[in-house]
Design a protein around this ligand. Structure first.
Ligand SMILES: NC(=O)c1ccc[n+]([C@@H]2O[C@H](COP(=O)([O-])OP(=O)(O)OC[C@H]3O[C@@H](n4cnc5c(N)ncnc54)[C@H](O)[C@@H]3O)[C@@H](O)[C@H]2O)c1
Length: 311
């Protein structure tokens, strides 16, 4: 009996392991996040298809990945040019591209979506993919601010749907938040966590709550700093200095907001304040709205709360 149980449990765990191992990943969106996710997935041995709207965008994404891999290779194989070239070549050979998302998800284990932060566009995409993907295929969104449930409900596979929230720049940032909706099955969740680990990230588990863990704490913190400035409690420079020297943060909240992008921060706040009008910390800020209306998005436009030299 003990032997039978052992064999049975070995068979069970082998079959679970086979199902759990995500080998093929389709990344939809080859922008900042999608290209980073594709790069790290390929560098950790996964076969990847990266999808975007045009071949031109995909060519640029591949060039960006190749450049980034070159930097990784230099660190990994300091004085060995041949080893560097072979590492980059090998990883790049695992990434193919396609402009047809439906065709690219036919035989994949996981679809990770990293397209524009727009609920209707994401829902439309997933409805189309749901009809084409195999039964076992898991869907995940990298959304920063939209509820995973609102995206997943566009499909008939909510048990095989979750959030995989990576951080920018993906090759450098060690964290991935793995997000569970009530319908996400334990097996799906486990496979997503295992993928995060296989991609050499530290995973944290979170429910489908606005901003998950990091943005839920970080965005209201930045906004509270903006409100201090609006009230004239302290200057931006002094608030930044205070948080760096008094709290030990590597950047002050205004430096951080300029780095993240004021347009991105406003976009998140607009969504939250509309969806949760009674939550005080999601209240909009006139100063933030004014800066964005003036095209001052932070580092990327040369001015936000601070001015930057454009290189
Ligand atoms: N930028 C960040 O710091 C960050 C961090 C975590 C999560 N996110 C989330 O990741 C997602 C992508 O953000 P990003 O910063 O990479 O944006 P991005 O603008 O750099 O890239 C988005 C890409 O998606 C492509 N795209 C748009 N619609 C498409 C479609 N229907 N099919 C295929 N491709 C399509 C665009 O051409 C573009 O290349 C968003 O949901 C965002 O909230 C962003």
């Amino acid at each position: 009996m003990a032997h039978v149980c052992k064999v049975f449990s070995r068979r069970l765990s082998t079959s679970t392991a086979v199902r759990s191992a995500i080998k093929h990943v389709t990344v939809i969106g080859g922008g900042l996040m999608g290209s980073g996710i594709a790069q790290v997935a390929a560098a950790t041995g996964h076969d990847v298809i990266m999808v975007d709207q045009t071949d031109d965008i995909l060519a640029k994404s591949k060039a960006a990945i190749q450049k980034s891999l070159g930097r990784v290779a230099k660190k990994k194989y300091a004085d060995d040019g041949e080893a560097q070239a072979s590492f980059v070549g090998e990883v790049m050979s695992r990434i193919s591209t396609n402009t047809d998302a439906v065709a690219a998800c036919g035989k994949t284990d996981l679809v990770v979506e990293a397209i524009v932060e727009n609920l209707d566009v994401k829902r439309r995409l997933f409805t189309a993919l749901d009809a084409a993907a195999e039964e076992h295929t898991i869907f995940a969104s990298n959304t920063s601010s939209l509820p995973i449930k609102d995206i997943a409900s566009a499909t008939k596979r909510q048990d095989r749907f979750g959030g995989l929230h990576f951080f920018n720049p993906v090759p450098m940032m060690k964290l991935v938040e793995v997000v569970k909706i009530p319908e996400t099955s334990n097996e799906t969740f486990e496979r997503l966590v295992n993928l995060g680990k296989a991609m050499e990230k530290t995973t944290v588990e979170c429910k489908d709550t606005p901003g998950f863990i990091v943005n839920r704490l970080l965005v209201p913190y930045m906004m509270e700093a903006v409100r201090m400035l609006e009230r004239g409690d302290a200057s931006a420079r002094d608030i930044d200095t205070a948080m760096k020297l008094g709290a030990g943060y590597p950047m002050g909240p205004f430096e951080l907001a300029d780095y993240v992008g004021l347009d991105t921060t406003k976009f998140i706040m607009d969504g939250w304040s509309q969806k949760y009008p009674d939550i005080e910390i999601f209240r909009k800020s006139d100063l933030l709205n004014k800066l964005v209306a003036e095209g001052k998005f932070g580092r990327k436009t040369g001015e936000g709360f601070y001015k930057y030299d454009k290189k």
